[in-house]
Design a protein around this ligand. Structure first.
Ligand SMILES: Cc1cc2nc3c(=O)[nH]c(=O)nc-3n(C[C@H](O)[C@H](O)[C@H](O)COP(=O)(O)OP(=O)(O)OC[C@H]3O[C@@H](n4cnc5c(N)ncnc54)[C@H](O)[C@@H]3O)c2cc1C
Length: 213
């Protein structure tokens, strides 16, 4: 951040009311050669290696948070009586079972050769494991957010009584989970992009058509 040229950081406000990431503009900024990561001309490979971590290996730790969130939704279902609904019970058990599957998939990702950077972390080297992991946990987490709303009932969609359109208000944990998880199938590369990676680089299917240049 501290170098010749201008670096402008513009926070992006999310629908949860928080700003965890930014748009960053580089205007005539110059980095020192010693600060180049992975060698000049290798930026794409470095970026893809980083994203492979975000989609795959780093999510091993996420499992602990996911398990706690699921336990919170189960507690809410018991408290609200929603757990008596067989459809809700089915959805809760599915979430539990799929979390177990994700755990095994995360361990498999750890054990795959390209996943931990041995070959630069290129997606194609790791049998697409990071993309498979991202597809699994992104939608799983989003469904958990939806389930959290379902077990709370209609009141979950309502803000506080003194709500004003021009002022932020506190979301409770389940509302925050629901709103934030809308982004899980977007950041780190959207679901569609993960499917493209698996199709083209792992299964060897024909590349998607490119538009006219
Ligand atoms: C909460 C959140 C946090 C983020 N954090 C960071 C961060 O820390 N660092 C960072 O660099 N970025 C971050 N991002 C940005 C994120 O990586 C991008 O939003 C994401 O990769 C999607 O790119 P895009 O927004 O340009 O969508 P676009 O590429 O414009 O895509 C729009 C839609 O078109 C679809 N689409 C695009 N291309 C294709 C294709 N070839 N085939 C099929 N469908 C396609 C997409 O799936 C999507 O549905 C974050 C985003 C969010 C929402």
């Amino acid at each position: 951040m501290d170098q010749p040229g201008r670096i402008e950081v513009r926070p992006i406000r999310q629908m949860t009311g928080t700003s965890e990431f930014n748009e960053v503009f580089f205007d005539g900024a110059r980095a020192r050669a010693a600060h180049v990561v992975g060698g000049v001309g290798n930026g794409w490979r470095v970026a893809m290696g980083l994203l492979g971590f975000e989609r795959g290996v780093s999510t091993l730790v996420q499992q602990i948070g996911f398990a706690e969130e699921l336990a919170g939704v189960v507690r809410q279902a018991v408290a609200s009586g929603a757990v008596g609904d067989p459809v809700v019970r089915d959805r809760l058990v599915r979430q539990w079972a799929e979390l177990r599957v994700m755990r095994w998939n995360a361990l498999r990702t750890l054990g795959s050769p390209g996943a931990v950077g041995a070959s630069g972390g290129a997606q194609g080297d790791s049998g697409g494991a990071p993309s498979v992991a991202k597809l699994l946990w992104g939608r799983w987490h989003q469904r958990l957010g939806e389930l959290g709303m379902a077990v709370r009932g209609a009141v979950a969609a309502v803000g506080p009584a003194d709500w004003r359109a021009d002022a932020p208000y506190e979301l409770d944990a389940l509302q925050r989970l629901f709103l934030f998880t809308r982004a899980d199938t977007i950041y780190g590369g959207s679901d569609e992009i993960q499917r493209n990676i698996i199709a083209e680089r792992v299964l060897g299917l024909p590349r998607e058509a490119r538009g006219p240049r």
